[in-house]
Design a binder for this molecule. Structure first.
Ligand code: BDR
Ligand code: CA
Length: 314
């Protein structure tokens, strides 16, 4: 069997973050070296707690979960309880976790892991604001060339924004951190709203999770039923976009996605367009191509993968 790919999931669960974590846990091709929590959808106290709830739901209390940044680099924290509910994980009744939160600060864990492991073997998977990743790069710039790849959910261009007309939530919450990451020279694959808005849940797709007849399947169905209601109303669609699992699905089956290499620049000055990801899709500038930006997804293949992999968990 080929060696599994080592990943660090940096996350702010969030129901869609939770499904991304479950997808990784159900996939033997991936080894989760650690999960680092960041403030985003809800405050850090809840995101680190939610990450542990999900590991326990999947029967994996051995996964190491670390708490990171309590707030963005320079701006006040903006949260999204209107989407995710008060706990960030509204929907199922999940027990309080008993597995420990690691004592080490998430940023130190990221730095230490990258400096210890063989260079080019660790992939970072940010599913929330990029604060922890930016802090790690500031703390120890020598980690940058050691990172295999950053595959992240964030930004949007043709679809516009979801938290302001111009900005997507993860980038809007910490635009300074995102700016630093996009300027780092690290290979980046970006899953913007342009692709995640094509990965819609639907009652039929949610039913497929429920029909797994497992704890994970039922909890996933309950999470997604709660999660989609806000976006269904906002966008008038049957189902809501399942953003963060696109990151993990890409690691497992990159052929599900189509995109191109472009320059991505982050707006950090204008309040009107703060956090906008300006994507030079048509190559109209000479700015360096710094990310592979995905725009299309085989959504049936994506949901089939999700159901199959979550089906491997109890
Ligand atoms: C992103 O924001 C969060 O609400 C989701 O978890 C996802 O990471 C989508 O804009
Ligand atoms: Ca998220």
């Amino acid at each position: 069997m080929p060696q599994s790919r080592k990943i660090i999931i940096d996350t702010d669960p969030g129901q869609d973050d939770a499904v991304a974590i479950l997808l990784a846990l159900g996939s033997s091709e991936l080894e989760i070296v650690g999960i680092t929590a960041v403030a985003g959808n809800v405050p850090l106290k809840l995101t680190q707690n939610n990450a542990r709830k999900i590991c326990e739901l999947a029967g994996r209390p051995d996964i190491k979960v670390y708490a990171g940044a309590i707030r963005p680099l320079t701006r006040e924290l903006v949260t999204a309880e209107e989407v995710h509910g008060k706990t960030g994980l509204n929907g199922p009744q999940l027990p309080e976790p008993t597995m420990p939160l690691q004592e080490q600060y998430a940023v130190d864990f990221i730095v230490e892991t990258l400096m210890r492991e063989e260079s080019g073997t660790i992939t970072l998977c940010p599913l929330g604001p990029l604060t922890n990743i930016a802090l790690a790069l500031i703390r120890e710039p020598r980690i940058a060339p050691r990172i295999k790849e950053i595959v992240l959910m964030g930004g949007g261009f043709f679809e516009g924004g979801n938290v302001t007309p111009a900005a997507e939530f993860n980038i809007y919450v910490d635009p300074q951190a995102a700016d630093l990451v996009f300027k780092s020279g690290i290979p980046i694959v970006m899953m913007p709203l342009d692709v995640t808005h094509k990965a819609l849940t639907s009652s039929k797709r949610i039913q497929a999770f429920r029909q797994l007849g497992t704890k994970v399947g039922t909890a996933t169905a309950e999470m997604l039923e709660f999660f989609e209601r806000y976006d269904e109303e906002k966008y008038g669609t049957d189902g809501g976009p399942l953003h963060d699992p696109c990151v993990i699905a890409y690691l497992l089956k990159p052929e599900l996605f189509k995109g191109r290499r472009c320059n991505v620049s982050v707006e950090t000055a204008s309040e009107l367009t703060m956090g906008m990801t300006v994507i030079d899709w048509w190559g109209v500038t000479k700015r360096e191509k710094n990310a592979t930006v995905m725009r299309d997804i085989d959504h049936d293949g994506f949901f089939a993968l999700l159901v199959e992999r979550l089906g491997r968990l109890n």
